[in-house]
Design a protein around this ligand. Structure first.
Ligand code: GLU
Length: 329
């Protein structure tokens, strides 16, 4: 077993586990209770602290609302999430408490991680729980998050929570057992990739050709984005299939997965946070001289600014447009 996998299964470091909807919810939109309990049992045997990032609220709420398939209207999805989340959080709390541990529900919206004071506040809350050996169970606050201001998928949410806490490992449990050179469902020559040492443009290009679907929303592109955010923050990432009865046991016995190695010299925490932001509050058009100066690491001076769009305040994220268009996309 690789060192990273050994640490995930039985290490002392902080582990963030992301559990996809398709693992938690069966074909009839019912919770896979025995599966959840088995996972919790494995996680509780680790000496190190654990944070669970759990999807499944919308999928679990569907049947209560009598919805067939994925809700089409935002209000329906949000209502389904409201019903499903209470059930989901209750199930996690009960699974942990049967092993003598407390769980805590944390529902985050994008703004909680995009605005620095709220980000620091969320971190302090999570750290307070972890100090007391309470297991945070995190999800997006789907009931209030609107389409334009969402994390969008729990892969990125899990990566950003991992970076926020300076976790050691991120385990993405999903319906795929790793990254492939092509979509394995329709290309028999698709090659499984065991380790990734950097999310290069070549690796990024594979996302378009691989697929993950079912009841979740993530897909391979979001898994790679998550892996990039986390590895840049110095976190080892494992992407593995979770659909079996005992995914951690299967991993310990050598089940197939992809390991994304952490960057050896991660960015400073504040830069990581800046880089992971998703929602610019405005944009600033600058001239070529100012663009060159920014490229050298200098500050932006008013003389180089051609136009300012949007409303933003000190500390907000803005996009820079040079003479050729948006920079750094
Ligand atoms: N937050 C969504 C839910 O709980 C899931 C999002 C995702 O699977 O990426 O239903």
């Amino acid at each position: 077993m690789s060192r990273s996998l050994d640490q995930i299964v039985s290490g002392k470091g902080l582990l963030v586990v992301k559990v996809g909807s398709s693992l938690l919810v069966d074909g009839d939109y019912r919770l896979r209770d025995a599966w959840m309990r088995r996972l919790v049992e494995r996680l509780s045997n680790r000496p190190g602290p654990v944070v669970v990032v759990s999807s499944g609220a919308i999928a679990l709420g569907r049947s209560a609302l009598g919805l067939e398939g994925r809700p089409r209207l935002l209000a329906q999805a949000q209502a389904a999430a409201a019903v499903g989340q209470i059930h989901l959080a209750g199930a996690w709390a009960s699974a942990w408490s049967s092993l003598g541990r407390q769980a805590a529900q944390i529902l985050l919206t994008l703004g909680d991680l995009e605005q620095r004071p709220r980000y620091l506040n969320a971190r302090a809350t999570l750290e307070t729980l972890l100090e007391r050996a309470i297991v945070p169970v995190v999800n997006e606050n789907d009931t209030v998050a609107t389409e334009e201001i969402r994390f969008g998928d729990n892969d990125r949410l899990a990566a950003r929570v991992s970076a926020l806490l300076g976790a050691n490992h991120l385990l993405l449990l999903s319906d795929v057992d790793g990254l492939y050179s092509a979509d394995p469902t329709d290309d028999p020559n698709a090659r499984h990739i065991e380790t990734v040492d950097g999310i290069t443009p070549e690796i990024q290009a594979l996302a378009g050709r691989a697929r993950s679907d079912g009841v979740g929303t993530g897909g391979m592109a979001s898994k790679l984005q998550a892996a990039r955010i986390a590895t840049e923050a110095g976190i080892e990432v494992i992407l593995a299939a979770g659909i079996g009865e005992d995914p951690l046991g299967e991993l310990a016995n050598g089940a197939r997965h992809t390991a994304f190695h952490a960057e050896r010299r991660p960015m400073a925490a504040r830069k990581q946070w800046l880089k992971s932001l998703q929602q610019p509050q405005g944009w600033i058009e600058i001239d070529s001289g100012a663009l060159a100066a920014l490229g050298r690491g200098s500050s932006l001076l008013a003389a180089g600014v051609r136009a300012v769009h949007g409303e933003f305040a000190r500390g907000d994220l803005v996009r820079i447009h040079g003479p050729e268009g948006p920079v750094g996309q």
